[in-house]
Design a protein around this ligand. Structure first.
Ligand SMILES: [Zn+2]
Length: 100
């Protein structure tokens, strides 16, 4: 079923009927569940690409790590697949904890 959508002021697609964010709805269907604490990352950095394969469910801290501007290696995560991305994030979280 096609639902009418529009692009909001932040560049995200929303359903015209409910105003809900499309990428969160797609991620909810992909993962089965999505809490309000879960964040959804667009792997290819294109906010309009809401294909399930392009969406990654992350915690707030994982999401911040991915977008950490000073870390070029992490920014390159955009070109990696989900499993590898998660493995690198978990490794980095360990490193972050050590230096905290
Ligand atoms: Zn993101």
């Amino acid at each position: 079923m096609f639902q009418e959508t529009y692009v909001d002021k932040n560049g995200y697609l929303r359903y015209s009927s409910s105003g809900k964010l499309v990428h969160r709805d797609v991620a909810k269907r992909k993962y089965g569940t999505l809490s309000k604490w879960d964040q959804v990352h667009h792997i290819d950095a294109n906010k309009l690409n809401n294909q399930p394969a392009n969406l990654m469910k992350l915690s707030k801290s994982e999401h911040e790590i991915i977008h950490h501007k000073s870390n070029k290696a992490v920014q390159n995560l955009n070109s990696l697949d989900y499993a590898l991305g998660k493995a690198i994030i978990n490794a980095l979280k360990g490193i972050f904890k050590i230096f905290r």
